[in-house]
Design a protein. Structure first.
Length: 242
């Protein structure tokens, strides 16, 4: 049986959990939700909701986590979809393991990300949103002669089936209609932080139509927004279209 390891690199508030739901609804796929989150919180000491519970419950050792995610695929499945947050890649930690994976980059316009994130956690550093780390990942892979496929969240919401087919092609697997709909509710595979962040996706049964919104960025966050926007635009120009 061929084994496929997928690393989907996102930032926060970026359709990443819905996309994880989509892949989990395949019969040949198992998923893992942000395996480096406990490590990230332990090293940064950021006061995210549920921080102490996350650190005390989950593995926070970088090398141990890497060993797990490059190891055998759980449940004897042929595909392991791994939802990763790019901002969890902290300086000084080896990420050469990504070269063993099919890597994809999931982006979203920061004008939608910043207000959503800031409601849950005070935002003071653009590195918390993952754009610069996504660019680092792309550079590392391009130095290996591989340009990872980049997908925009708004594009996926506008044309879910076409987008999912492109994602599947990019990682060398067949598309499944099961990816378009999933049962509402919680998942055992969800991180223990789901109770703070996942209410919307728990009430969903598929991708919700994209809706443009008039959003005003807080003046204090404009410099941060502009830094993120520059990174977003550079990736957006390279995105997969359909």
């Amino acid at each position: 049986m061929n084994k496929t390891y997928i690393a989907m690199w996102s930032g926060p508030r970026n359709l990443s959990t819905a996309l994880m739901r989509s892949f989990e609804n395949r019969t040949d796929t198992t998923v893992i939700d942000e395996p480096f989150y406990a490590h990230f919180l332990k090293q940064t000491n950021l006061n995210h909701p549920g921080k102490d519970e996350i650190i005390s419950t989950l593995d926070s050792d970088w090398d141990s986590i890497v060993k797990k995610i490059i190891g055998p695929i759980p449940q004897n499945k042929s595909i392991w979809y791994q939802k990763h947050m790019a901002q969890h890649n902290l300086e000084g930690y080896d990420i050469n393991w990504i070269k063993k994976f099919h890597n994809c980059i999931l982006i979203r316009n920061p004008k939608y990300v910043i207000p959503s994130y800031n409601k849950q956690h005070s935002l003071s550093d653009e590195k918390l949103l993952g754009y610069s780390q996504q660019l680092d990942l792309i550079q590392i892979l391009e130095e290996e002669g591989i340009t990872p496929p980049i997908f925009d969240a708004a594009d996926i919401l506008e044309k879910p089936e076409q987008a999912l087919k492109k994602i599947c092609i990019s990682v060398g697997i067949s598309f499944s209609q099961n990816m378009l709909k999933w049962p509402k509710g919680k998942r055992k595979s969800d991180g223990i932080w789901a109770k703070y962040w996942y209410r919307s996706v728990e009430n969903s049964s598929g991708f919700q139509p994209f809706q443009k919104k008039d959003i005003i960025i807080d003046k204090k966050l404009i410099p941060l927004y502009e830094k993120c926007l520059a990174g977003y635009h550079s990736m957006y120009e390279k995105r997969i279209t359909f």
